[in-house]
Design a binder for this molecule. Structure first.
Ligand SMILES: C[S@@+](CC[C@H](N)C(=O)[O-])C[C@H]1O[C@@H](n2cnc3c(N)ncnc32)[C@H](O)[C@@H]1O
Length: 189
């Protein structure tokens, strides 16, 4: 079974070093998000992506989804401190998203698939909730050793991730490196 990120280390996900290596201005410019979209931040953790995404969605809605209540509580604290009112917090289970079919324009799935117990079923579940046309952005670690990040054995090669996306009903649109350790895939429904 893949190792899950330990919520006790959640501050690492909000560190200044991470903000430098994953610049949100740059990331947002690469995502096909529009201000009226309904999107889900799947495996939101303590809200690193949740807050900037919710700010961008000035006329839209964000579902912050996680299997761990501690992560949802931390994300809520971050969202509340910015006085954002367009975020709904949703507790999911490993293979099931309690979101309606065809309810999302977009999904952000950052560093989650490699630690999901059922990679294919989670992606299928995300696909079920998405409208056509829609977009999904997957961020993951390259499958090579690095000081930080999950064990290399559970990381997913970018080419394998693209195949997984195709298998679960997505069309791969672009793949790029975010830095020398992490990549991003934009997929379409
Ligand atoms: C490494 S953290 C990344 C958090 C956040 N996306 C970020 O990049 O800051 C992975 C998160 O995914 C959540 N997670 C793991 N498996 C999941 C699943 N099957 N469905 C939803 N969330 C999951 C974990 O609880 C954790 O909060």
């Amino acid at each position: 079974m893949p190792v899950k990120f330990d919520p006790r280390n959640k501050e690492v996900l909000l560190s200044p070093a991470r903000r430098k290596s994953l610049d949100m201005y740059r990331l947002l410019s690469l995502i096909p998000i529009l201000p009226h979209h309904a999107i889900a931040d799947i495996g939101c953790g303590p809200g690193f992506f949740t807050v900037p995404l919710a700010k961008y969605l000035w006329d839209g809605k964000l579902f912050a989804v996680d299997i761990k209540q501690e992560m949802l509580d931390a994300a809520k604290e971050a969202v509340d401190s910015e006085r954002l009112s367009n975020v709904e917090f949703v507790k999911s289970t490993e293979r099931r998203l309690p979101l309606k079919k065809d309810s999302l324009d977009g999904s952000v799935v950052a560093f989650v698939i490699q630690e999901a117990a059922g990679r294919e079923s989670l992606l299928k579940e995300i696909r079920r909730c998405m409208r056509t046309p829609g977009w999904a952005v997957i961020l993951e670690w390259h499958k090579k050793k690095s000081k930080e990040g999950p064990p290399v054995q559970q990381r997913i090669k970018d080419t394998d991730m693209m195949n997984l996306l195709k298998k679960t009903g997505f069309r791969v649109s672009t793949k790029r490196d975010l830095n020398n350790q992490q990549y991003m895939i934009v997929a379409r429904t």
